[in-house]
Design a protein around this ligand. Structure first.
Ligand SMILES: C[S@@+](CC[C@H](N)C(=O)[O-])C[C@H]1O[C@@H](n2cnc3c(N)ncnc32)[C@H](O)[C@@H]1O
Length: 292
């Protein structure tokens, strides 16, 4: 399985590396505590802990993959249990800020070997390249999975009008929105939703439902409070379906009552996507939207 293949490789590379013994070439000297977990905390809570705002160290990426892959692929597996994936004739996945593709690992687990998975992953960080190469190496030997992993900024990709030809029926946004939030790109979240509608959903295949999974930190201080706007935007664009909101906080922006903008509440399309709240206590929030 992809997960074992990649984790084995990352473990080996990490052991061979100088992680924990960074030398004068370290690009975070002032804040480096010779502990990759500390550097990860700096990125994930930036700017609270000072230091790094991005995963700009190869050892840090290896550590990230080793530390989070199991948990993050499991989160996608949990989301997939809420939908009937046998209704999908194929799985054309568009993953934004894909990193090491823990979402693909969950699909590999959930999907029968006679069903095709096409996975297009975009991540702007060029340091993912060796890890992406290992993923490509694995999938090139796996008959029913094809991957195309690109180190490009998603906003540039959408600005170029992509994806122009390929039709997708699944979009995954996993731990990207908190990263945008930490880096002051919070306002870009709605722009991203708009692009997904205009560049992907309007061109969706007719013979399949359309699945969107957003997973991220369950905190209104990490960008979660913008997610509900996506439902309004989808309804305004003429979409119908169902949404499942999972969060620890029933009174929150992803809670029992669907949050929506006042003008949208007056729109005839309001409510075309049904909304169900499911409480979880995993530390992650999820918005799972299935369009008919
Ligand atoms: C926290 S990581 C999540 C990686 C992966 N989705 C996961 O769940 O493990 C966030 C990723 O989003 C990428 N990213 C941030 N802004 C981006 C953008 N504008 N376009 C593409 N990728 C972006 C970062 O480089 C980083 O790899």
């Amino acid at each position: 399985m992809l997960k074992d293949h990649l984790l084995n490789w990352c473990r080996n590379e990490f052991e061979k590396s100088n992680a924990g013994f960074c030398d004068c070439s370290c690009n975070n000297k002032e804040y480096c505590h010779h502990d990759c977990q500390e550097c990860l905390n700096q990125v994930h809570w930036y700017p609270t802990h000072g230091g790094r705002s991005d995963y700009d160290c190869p050892n840090l990426l290896l550590n990230y993959v080793l530390h989070y892959t199991d948990c993050y692929s499991q989160q996608i597996s949990e989301a997939l249990k809420l939908v009937d994936i046998s209704r999908y004739p194929y799985y054309n996945i568009f993953s934004i800020g894909c990193g090491a593709a823990p979402d693909l690992m969950a699909f590999e687990d959930a999907v029968d070997e006679d069903q095709d998975i096409y996975y297009k992953g975009y991540d702007r960080n060029p340091l993912w390249e060796p890890i992406h190469d290992r993923i490509d190496e694995y999938t090139s030997q796996t008959a029913h999975i094809e991957t195309k992993l690109c180190r490009e900024d998603i906003f540039d990709v959408f600005a170029e009008g992509k994806p122009a030809h390929k039709q997708y029926n699944i979009v995954i946004i996993q731990y990207l929105l908190s990263h945008l939030y930490n880096n002051g790109q919070y306002v870009s979240t709605c722009q991203l939703f708009q692009h997904i509608i205009h560049n992907i959903i309007v061109n969706r295949p007719k013979n399949s439902p359309f699945l969107i999974i957003i997973t991220d930190i369950d905190s209104c201080h990490k960008g979660r409070s913008k997610w509900h706007v996506f439902l309004d935007m989808l309804e305004e664009a003429g979409c119908c379906g169902q949404a499942y909101a999972r969060s620890t906080y029933p009174q929150g922006d992803l809670g029992q009552d669907r949050w929506r903008d006042w003008p949208h509440m007056q729109s005839p399309s309001y409510g075309n996507i049904s909304y169900e709240y499911l409480q979880i206590h995993s530390g992650a929030a999820q918005l799972i939207i299935e369009l008919e």
